[in-house]
Ligand binder design. Structure first.
Ligand code: NAD
Length: 472
């Protein structure tokens, strides 16, 4: 008999409670950290063709312990209040883990974006933004959206423009939303940031020899096999960066239309182009399609990367997992029930709230850039370049030896915005993993990385609340 499964929000609550029980914080404080602080459900009309449609949408601000609140906007026909609450909660813990000084939030618009033209999507996005402005649910110091499932920099540009029309002359208005196009006050490296962060997180984890030994794996990310569900923003960049910079072999890809495999490896960039032209991944040269799309879960590989939606690995299919590591690139892809089964099997789960925090980290850099009104690297690049050149020239003079022009160029290069963004992200992912690993190894009662991540986040948020004097 199949018993009812916990929904996404209940799963997040259960994971929170499991970790909270391992802390010493008072019950009331833990309750305050867990609950959603503000929930705004709206219905607004939009004229689509000759018809009027009522659109259901949400913005949830999970925690006001730090402001602004921050979190993406999802366009999906599956959006519902509890889903947005779960996603907003995860944002709070994610920000705390990677020391991004924001509270968590999330937005959702209950539409299937594929069913609308770009003009219709623009209408819906702009109207949604107006609703947020009217209720003071958006603003550089209030609540700052970003892209999520079903949205991209295009929607963020529409949000920015709508906000600016309603807040004429507000100096910092560009910081009202992140994930914008680079020519519209965005930042280089934001589009790829979540996938790049997933790669940095995995590489960091696999750099610890003793941890790899415990998992029965060779240390290092190079040569590891990977299967990815979802060839959207997060899945594509996770795959392509892992291949190009980590020497990973992606042997399986699952999308809406089916799952394809190639034990020799799949070229993700070529596959994306193929899908754009043909509308499907099926038939991509060198690959074979599985009979059942959902069999991606049971593929033999080192790392399984769910990068589509929540609740994909459940207590019904968890037993099929053969991978050693599940890398939660999506939010909530493994249910709490499934996690219990997987932990018993010895599968290591890299938790979403850590692993996909690259997006919000670079969004934070973008927000800072917007507030400072200057591109990263603009002020210091030439100064650094001159200083390095002087250093190299002095060493050459002192040693009587010279290096090639190519080597000199490499050694004396000042950093561009993209270099600084990537190094900031790498540092963030490495530091955060170090903190989680430390808790996991030190506390015998902590049985998994998710609980360790939760404990770290809870400790930081509790400390904020107590310092604020909210609980005198
Ligand atoms: P996206 O819309 O760009 O891509 C998602 C892809 O998953 C789409 O191509 C879709 O067709 C595919 N998909 C949906 N259902 C599927 C199924 N059953 N089987 C196979 N493929 C399926 O979305 P995204 O921005 O890449 O987000 C993916 C996940 O990552 C979400 O859980 C999101 O919350 C999370 N996330 C995104 C970001 C970000 O910066 N975009 C940051 C953190 C977390």
């Amino acid at each position: 008999m199949i018993t009812k499964q916990a929904n996404f929000y209940q799963s997040v609550e259960r994971n929170f409670d499991k970790a909270a029980a391992l802390t010493k914080h008072p019950k009331g404080l833990l309750e305050q950290i867990k609950v959603c602080n503000a929930i705004y459900q709206m219905n607004f009309p939009v004229k689509i063709g000759n018809n009027y449609q009522v659109i259901e949408a949400y913005r949830v601000q999970h925690s006001h312990h730090r402001l602004p609140t921050k979190g993406g906007i999802r366009f999906s026909h599956l959006v519902n209040q509890e889903e947005v609450m779960a996603l907003a909660s995860l944002m709070t813990y994610k920000c705390a883990l990677v020391d991004v000084p924001f509270g968590g939030a999330k937005g959702g618009v209950k539409i299937s974006p594929r069913k609308y033209t770009p003009e219709q999507l623009q209408k819906i996005t702009r109207r949604y933004t107006v609703e947020l402005v009217r209720k003071n649910f958006i603003g550089p110091g209030v609540d700052v959206p970003a892209p999520d499932y079903g949205t991209s920099s295009r929607e963020m540009a529409w949000i920015l423009d709508t906000y600016q029309q309603l807040n004429n002359g507000e100096l910092d208005s560009a910081a009202c939303v992140t994930g914008k196009p680079v020519n519209q006050n965005g930042i280089r490296g934001r589009t790829e940031a979540t996938g790049r962060g997933v790669f940095y997180g995995l590489r960091e984890m696999l750099s610890f020899k003793e941890d790899c030994k415990a998992m029965g794996l060779e240390p290092g990310i190079e040569g590891k096999t990977m299967v990815i569900q979802g060839l959207g923003n997060v899945g594509t960049y996770t795959g392509s960066i892992s291949i190009e910079e980590g020497g990973v072999k992606v042997i399986g890809i699952s999308e809406i239309e089916g799952t394809i495999v190639n034990p020799k490896g799949i070229n993700i960039n070529k596959l994306v182009k193929y899908r754009r032209d043909k509308g499907t991944i099926i038939g991509f040269p060198g690959t074979t399609a599985l009979k059942d799309r959902d069999d991606w879960i049971g593929l033999e590989c080192d790392i399984l990367v769910p990068a589509a939606l929540e609740s994909q690995i459940t207590k019904i299919n968890a037993k099929k997992v053969k991978a050693r590591i599940i890398a939660e690139a999506a939010n909530g892809p493994v249910t709490a029930d499934a996690e219990a089964i997987l932990l018993k099997k010895g599968v290591v789960i890299m938790p979403d709230m850590y692993l996909n925090a690259g997006g919000v980290t670079v969004s934070y850099f973008e927000w800072l850039k917007n507030l400072s009104h200057v591109r990263y690297g603009r002020i210091e690049k030439r100064f650094d370049q001159n200083a390095y050149t002087n250093l190299v020239t002095t060493v050459e003079e002192l040693t009587g030896k010279t290096i090639s022009t190519r080597e000199k160029k490499m050694l004396t290069r000042g950093p561009d915005e993209i270099d600084l963004v990537r190094s900031g992200l790498e540092e963030t992912m490495s530091t955060a993993y170090g903190q989680i690993r430390e808790i996991y190894r030190r506390k015998k009662t902590v049985t998994d990385l998710r609980s360790a991540a939760f404990i770290n986040a809870i400790n930081k948020i509790a400390s904020d609340y107590l310092t604020l004097g909210v609980f005198p």
